[in-house]
Design a protein around this ligand. Structure first.
Ligand code: TRP
Length: 446
């Protein structure tokens, strides 16, 4: 059976809480044990830098999250477990993808849009306080995914757009650099949206989230766990009064930890008027029963950060050797970052190769380039590789420049006036030959 590669990243910007456990850690570890699946779970510490500029917090969070996943049962022999920043190929690929990513697409990324919308609403410059890191977030994430050719990416709804962008970048790259009919470089990843995964309510009944300051840390010491559970909001019904399970944060949290039978029993206890104090005690015991053995492992792991460090490095080293290193080598070749002594004939590439000076690498087609000068006027030029064949004089509008360019392409140089200047040592015949080559290529395409 072909294996499915499942990959997901965890941003290292906080302390793991019960919501992370129920919504991400527990289901991910269960999924990693399914047959036919190769799981890649990594600590997205480069992503953390976008939000957190407190170095101690980044380090602390990375350690806590790594220890939490290991304590919850991640087996590094079975799951690819690594730290993003230990794989420099990630940033290298980020650049290759940035060079095919449409800027307009990134303009529409939700996180960036939200920032500019907020600024606009506040009457500020739209990009006020927005870093290029935030803007590039989707490209970095695409690199994470595409570097290992993941098939499935389990994410929340808010991240689906990022997976679509990764597909778009992958497609563009495959199209631009892939040999026709050849094996594409990148697999097009799919988002695996976890519909049925519970989002856990927090202490105040809203979704448990650091940004609402309503979390229960996953490995809070027992006494703190008890105190926090006692502070979960309830209504004011007295013991003996029947209680609603609907809308009860306490009940929802209980259900996330209890089996079907226990949940049914709790539902009955609500109907029978269990007191809130007693219900909270039951919840505390239920959670603690599940968490206590993991908490013990967590504390043991946290006492030896050097072991976690070694484990992560080992995970990254193996992946670089088997995947990331060789893959980047292939990609560098594909885009033309190549050994100069090997001759530039291998691989695909833009433009049809055509005859050139004997022994020299085959050049791409000549090309027109349009640009604007510092004086604000619009020009175009015709180049053949490094050789400048011709430049135009300045036009007042890009439209005028474009019209002149089109006429030149169509009609050739003819008795062109002073609006075109040939390059050093270039004759009219060179220009006509270049235009001819362009027309030929056009005809071949049609
Ligand atoms: N952006 C993800 C989040 O905030 C974290 C992440 C980074 C990620 N790189 C990834 C998730 C690659 C899936 C795949 O949750």
């Amino acid at each position: 059976m072909a294996t499915t590669r499942v990959l997901t990243g965890i941003t290292t910007s906080g302390t793991p809480h019960l919501g992370n456990y129920v919504g991400a850690i527990r289901p991910a570890l269960a999924a990693s044990r399914a047959p036919g699946v190769e799981s890649f779970y990594f600590l997205a510490d480069y992503h953390a830098l976008i939000k957190v500029q407190d170095p101690a917090r980044v380090q602390r969070s990375t350690l806590e999250i790594a220890a939490a996943w290991l304590a919850c049962g991640l087996d590094p022999e079975q799951v690819r477990f690594y730290r993003q920043s230990d794989i420099p190929e990630t940033t290298e690929l980020t650049w290759l993808l940035a060079c095919v990513a449409g800027k307009g697409l990134l303009n529409r990324a939700h996180a960036y849009k939200a920032a500019t919308d907020r600024n606009e609403a506040a009457g500020e410059d739209p990009d006020a306080g927005v870093t290029a890191g935030l803007y590039m977030y989707p490209v970095l994430m695409a690199a994470d995914i595409l570097l290992f050719n993941a098939h499935k990416v389990p994410v929340g709804r808010d991240q689906v757009q990022h997976i679509e962008m990764a597909r778009d970048f992958a497609q563009r790259f495959n199209h631009l650099y892939g040999a026709p009919g050849g094996e594409p470089f990148f697999v097009l990843p799919e988002a695996a949206i976890e519909e049925q995964v519970a989002t856990l309510p927090g202490l105040d009944g809203r979704k448990m989230s650091k940004s609402y300051d309503n979390v229960i840390p996953l490995f809070a010491p027992r006494e703190q766990l008890r105190r926090l559970i006692l502070s979960i909001v309830t209504d004011s019904r007295a013991p003996g009064e029947p209680k609603e399970t609907e809308g009860s944060a306490l009940f929802e949290i209980y259900r996330a930890f209890a089996g079907a039978e226990e949940t049914a029993a709790m539902r009955q206890a609500y109907a029978d008027g269990i007191g809130w104090g007693e219900a909270k005690q039951k919840l505390f015991e239920r959670i603690d029963a599940e968490i206590a053995p993991m908490r013990e492992r967590y504390e043991a792991l946290m006492a030896h950060p050097e072991r976690i460090e070694a484990q992560l490095r080992d995970g990254a080293r193996r992946l670089r050797e088997s995947h990331a290193g060789p893959f980047l080598h292939r990609l560098r070749e594909a885009v033309g970052l190549r050994d100069l002594s090997t001759g530039a004939t291998a691989g695909g590439g833009a433009g049809a190769a055509r005859g050139s000076h004997a022994g020299a690498p085959k050049a791409a087609l000549p090309a027109f380039k349009q640009y604007r000068e510092a004086d604000g006027r619009f020009h175009f030029k015709l180049v053949d590789g490094d050789r400048l064949l011709l430049v135009s004089r300045g036009f007042d509008s890009p439209k005028d420049a474009g019209a002149r360019l089109a006429a030149l392409r169509r009609d050739g140089l003819g008795d062109a006036g002073a609006d075109l200047v040939l390059g050093e040592g270039v004759g009219a015949a060179d220009v006509e030959a270049a235009l001819g080559a362009l027309r030929e290529a056009e005809a071949a395409k049609a």
